[in-house]
Design a protein around this ligand. Structure first.
Ligand SMILES: [Zn+2]
Ligand SMILES: [Zn+2]
Length: 535
């Protein structure tokens, strides 16, 4: 019974953990690495085609974004997640594939013009994303399911994103059972729409996130609705628009929730009928999914609205734009309005058009409502250190007001994380810390040990632990990211052949115990295929 740490170890993105239980091979999350990464991820300890099950904690790309790659490499097992995550994951994986293919096309065009850049093949295609989506199996919160002889599991609401869950796994091997809990990303308390994170009572082992393990959110409860109403009023009175770069899934829906309340309570004096545009096809789809999952996922406050016949995410004056014509039309509408558009850090998408049309106008406001990573256009504008930016080859002067709605966060702070791990009735044997930047994770590891006596450990990628024997098999050292120039590049077609080969191995394994006649026939077919190609 072996646990292997593959990704998001001493860093925040690229979540992936592996389990081997008897003959079963399991992944928990398979996320994409984003932004600046410091350490190399480990290789998966088994071929993709041999994996039986993937458990997904939530739909964010740093946890789910590589699932299509699994499919392209021959994985045909089940991907298990909550109902709402299944809905969100379907639109997000397709969006991811779309971005991969666009980027690849852009690189290929540049290469044709003689640019010396790496890459040009998408890491996966839309077919791979659709293939992965077909393998999704949704489950309800709070029920224990027996998956096979070796594994039972339960999803618990962790209040981080619609459908987000911590996962309890009961693992059985050689007549013994161990219970391990993966926290997933732990939510913040008092977020709009979502319930607060739910604790878990018991576990032998815990793998938990540590994103804000050294930070405490302000204890003052920020009046987001009041703050936002004030910004709208000031901007509209000047005759300007409020442009909000917003993550399509999660943050956009929170903003709609606040805006509905503002409209309902008439908080923007003199501007009762202002329009709100959601200009992002992904955000529009995601909003539909939020509305579909009211019963399973909303907190008491939002449920109460629904009971009164009020849809918490819609209101008069809300306009959803899906086509690019609808998007362009927004700039012809001269009345003051709110524009919510993605991407949240202004790196791509329609938000860049709205910035182009509004940044130079002193009467407008650009309002940031989410984390802006270093090096992104959003961070450059939000920091306020430049007078102009380049957009679509044009220099655009920054004359608009630049504001930030501080304090909104989907992640628990140090106290929230500590509360979650201290809620176990009996201290777990070990607490493995993942999903935190190097400095943060080291300090949180010491903090939990020194203050509360938890047996903590922050593994580097490649570390292996034996859950039955309660001992390390291998303690990995950190491996700094290296340039991959020297590596031989495998062509796309050859990669397909390798994937087919891996799938064949998996099919062979699944035929174990078949009748002699069938097995002999199968072996003959493979041998004749090999004879044909082995020249
Ligand atoms: Zn997340
Ligand atoms: Zn995450």
């Amino acid at each position: 019974m072996k646990l292997t740490f593959v990704g998001a170890d001493h860093e925040v993105t690229g979540s992936c953990h592996c389990l081997q239980v008897g003959s079963k091979k399991i992944l928990v999350d398979y996320g994409m690495e984003q932004g600046i990464n410091v350490f190399e991820n480990a290789d998966l300890p088994f071929d993709e085609a041999m994996i039986d099950y993937v458990f997904l904690t939530h739909a964010h790309v740093d946890h789910s974004g590589m699932l299509p790659l699994l499919y392209s490499r021959g994985f045909r097992g089940q991907i298990l997640m909550t109902d709402a995550t299944a809905d969100l994951c379907s639109i997000m994986l397709r969006d991811c594939a779309h971005i991969q293919m666009q980027e690849a096309e852009w690189k290929q065009r540049k290469k044709k013009r003689g640019a010396n850049i790496e890459g040009g093949d998408p890491i996966y295609t839309m077919e791979d994303a659709d293939g992965a989506i077909r393998l999704i199996v949704p489950f309800h919160y709070d029920q224990i399911y027996e998956l096979c002889d070796e594994i039972s599991f339960r999803f618990t609401d962790i209040g981080h994103l619609l459908g987000s869950a911590s996962i309890e796994l009961w693992l059985r091997e050689k007549g013994e059972e161990r219970k391990i809990v993966f926290s997933g990303d732990i939510g913040n308390t008092n977020q709009p729409l979502l319930r607060n994170p739910q604790p878990t009572k018991e576990a032998d082992y815990v793998v938990m996130e540590s994103t804000y393990g050294n930070r405490v959110h302000s204890t003052e409860r920020v009046d987001y609705v009041g703050e936002l109403a004030k910004i709208l009023k000031e901007t509209f009175d000047r005759g300007g628009n409020v442009v909000v770069p917003s993550f399509a899934v999660g943050r956009t829906q929170e903003m709609l929730y606040f805006l509905r309340k503002i409209k309902h309570d008439h908080l923007v004096e003199g501007w009762d009928n202002f329009d709100v545009y959601v200009d992002s096809p992904l955000a529009v789809e995601a909003t539909g999914i939020f509305q579909k999952n009211i019963e399973n996922c909303y907190d008491a406050e939002a449920q109460e609205l629904v009971r009164q016949g009020i849809n918490p995410l819609t209101f008069p004056g809300l306009k959803l734009s899906i086509t690019s014509e609808e998007s362009k039309f927004i700039n012809f509408d001269e009345s003051p309005k709110v524009i919510l558009s993605a991407s949240g850090m202004c790196e791509a998408g329609r938000i860049r058009h709205h910035l182009k049309h509004n940044l130079w106008r002193p009467e407008c406001t650009i309002l940031f409502v989410g984390y802006q990573a270093l090096g992104t256009l959003g961070r450059t504008i939000a920091d306020g250190n430049v007078d102009s930016v380049k957009l679509f080859g044009e220099t655009i002067e920054i004359k608009a007001q630049i504001k930030t709605l501080v304090g909104i966060s989907g992640h628990a702070d140090m106290n929230g994380l500590t509360d979650w791990v201290n809620a176990f009735e009996k201290q777990p044997e070990r607490v493995f810390l993942v999903h935190g930047e190097d400095e943060t994770i080291k300090s949180f590891c010491n903090y939990l040990h020194e203050q509360y006596g938890h047996n903590t450990y922050a593994p580097y990628s490649g570390t292996q632990f034996d859950l039955l024997a309660d001992e390390f098999i291998y303690e990995a050292e950190p491996v700094a990211i290296k340039k991959k120039e020297g590596q031989k590049r495998v062509t796309e077609v050859f990669a397909r052949l390798l994937a087919a080969g891996n799938r064949l191995l998996a099919v062979i394994a699944r035929n174990e115990g078949g009748t002699n006649k069938d097995l002999a026939k199968f072996a003959d077919q493979i041998n004749s295929l090999c004879d044909k190609w082995d020249r």
